[in-house]
Design a protein around this ligand. Sequence first.
Ligand SMILES: [Zn+2]
Length: 180
Amino acid sequence: MGFLDIPLIARIRRNHGLEHATIHVLSERHDRLSMVGRSDWNGFTLYGTVDTDEVKFATEEALNRLRHGEAHWAVHPRCGTILATTGLMTGLAAFFAISMDSYDTRRFRWGTIPSAILAATVAAIFAQPIGLYLQEHFTTSGYPANLEIKRVSLQPNARMVLLFVICCLSFVVCHLSLVI
Ligand SMILES: [Zn+2]
């Protein structure tokens, strides 16, 4: 059994894929959708301004698409995986550019800044497709297996309204929370 097949990891990847697919469906129905998602082993949480019934519909539609083999919906261009990949790659690129350009490592030279910017920019360009690849193969799964939506609920508090969508894959529970 590989690392990605560990039940806890598989659950997170499936929930992450369903989260992305749900946001794709919501984006189709709302032109200016602004939403942030977060997945864990219990499910996923969405922060945004969307009606409860809309989220319920979108989650069911997303799951339906994934079940019919449309795994590409599990990948999203604005996922945190891409942000993390970009941050790591640009940071390392700038670090190495500065390291290689400095003959005296004890002193910082302003002259290394252009090469650091160039290196970071090139790294950022490559980070996008690499981040998408990492999503598709590691941080999400477009194959929901027997994942099911159990419940959608809204839980208001002082500053936000939480909408919970409960799904299950054996013991998987998905939570969706919306800020309104
Ligand atoms: Zn994501």
